[in-house]
Design a protein around this ligand. Sequence first.
Ligand code: NIG
Ligand code: FE
Length: 408
Amino acid sequence: MEWDQVWIDINIASMDPALSGGYGEITDAAMAIINDKIVWIGPRDQLPAFDVLSTPVYRGGGGWITPGLIDAHTHLLFAGNRANEFEMRLQGASYQDIAKAGGGILATVKATRAASDADLFELGRKRLNALAKEGVTTIEIKSGYGLELDTELKILRVARELGKHHHVDVKTTFLGAHAVAPEYQHDSDAYVDAIINEMLPAVMAENLADAFDVFCENIAFSPEQTAKLLRAAKTAGLDIKLHAEQLSNLGGSQLAASLGAKSVDHLEYLDEAGVKAIAASGTCATLLPGAFYFLRETKLPPIELLRQYQVPMVIASDYNPGSSPICSTLLMLNMACTLFRLTPAEALAGVTRHAAKALGIEDKVGVLAVGMQADFCLWDITHPAELAYSYGTNPFKHAVKAGKLIHQ
Ligand code: NIG
Ligand code: FE
């Protein structure tokens, strides 16, 4: 056999549903790679003979290999911070009160409009490095802190640039409909029209977005406005997804499901009709424990119903300055288990196989199997449950991205 690299002295949590056990585990495993692809994976004692003199062999020291982590919902590119609002909330103000008083998303919009491309790139680079050091190899980045053409384009361009300059793959989402722009406070329908007629065509012309998202909520866009926006994005050829049922139940999930959304995200207020609708459309349920935690939400997403209807559950950081200022995908694994009672295997599927599905890249990444891209991490752990169990000592050792060992 002629291979570009072989890994031995490893255990593998392949996350391949074709293998038994929640992790698709292969203990005392081996894996072979040619170019950017996995060409052999299985128990070490079944590894075909290969030329040991000409093949680089990597030893994993008995650690575990998982697919590279995928953070499928982030607002990574913003300027400033909202620590002052954190203090206000500690004194009793609610997230909605602050938003209605012109703070919240609009406060970050002000800071982000004022930031230069270079400043924004540098902020993003540092944050992306922090995530990469925890094993993230693919990330989704939303715009949504511009709410005007130039700044929305600026954020998406910087996101694309980050993807070009960093080994982490970046998928971009145009979220011009994150909040009603300050210029349109008294005419949100006119802002919806501006998104559809001015911003979306400009985003498409520069190929700046892979997907389109809306915040469907009583402090943002109504279901009617959301429907109009999602339809326009779909017609333009973008994947669609939705911030839905975070603070109330407006039926956004059903609407998004009826339009074939890849995912609906947050979902604390999702009911059984909504769960049925997303199950029927094959839409993923993205759960965001960081926002649940930081907003001290008490209403849990309907986890048991999601399990019952076999909806793929995604776990993501929702990293943003208002509701989840926590730049850690690993901590989300822990929170998914402690706060939402997911099993560690479900949580890991949420940042690998299911996250890939939510981004429409499940044919390439998220599972370790023959033919898949060689995106994986080596961890200094004795069982994959440790990734969700403990936090703070970071057991990450190495990432391999598209067959390349990353030095960081
Ligand atoms: O996903 N819910 C809407 N958007 C973000 C929060 C954005 C912000 O507060 O800046 C979220 O929670
Ligand atoms: Fe979000």
